[in-house]
Design a protein around this ligand. Sequence first.
Ligand code: HEC
Length: 147
Amino acid sequence: MEWTPSRVALSAAALILIASAGARLSAHGNVTPQAVDTSALPDLEGGNDKWVQHNPYRGNAKAIEIGQSAYGQNCARCHGLDAISGGIAPDLRYLELGDSGDEWFIQRFQHGSVRDGKVYMPPMGEVLGQKAGWAIRAYLETKHSED
Ligand code: HEC
């Protein structure tokens, strides 16, 4: 097949169409969660499916590193880069530290938030898994602010 100028122009136009369709999709927040590799983290006692209420990885340097990247890929588009909210969703630096903050955090992570039939936040538990959730929580505690 010859690459005549008109063919080249056509395929360039097709590429632009595909690219803008992609941009439209993400503008609607229709983004597939990005799997998180948590194999470097210790397994949880009851397995990944038995949800615990307190962070088993608090202060764990490896978890904080994994959590930072997982946050950037899955939460930042709503909760803001570096955990600083631009106002679309709550600023997660203000979550309570420690065990009581853990319970609230993991409940939201697992089930998201649906009010009056509207999805404010999609559930993350099944797609990302518990280990990723606690890694993100460990990262967020390093960003905590009292202001
Ligand atoms: C599509 C946007 C969106 C994404 C993606 C998202 N969230 Fe949320 N999140 C929200 C909104 C909106 C709320 C507030 C819900 C409400 O008011 O009922 C919220 C609430 C929360 C809360 C409760 C905050 C509070 O102050 O009460 C936590 C914790 C939380 N999200 C964690 C996460 C984590 C961790 C991720 C990534 C794994 C994430 N969210 C991804 C939109 C999102």
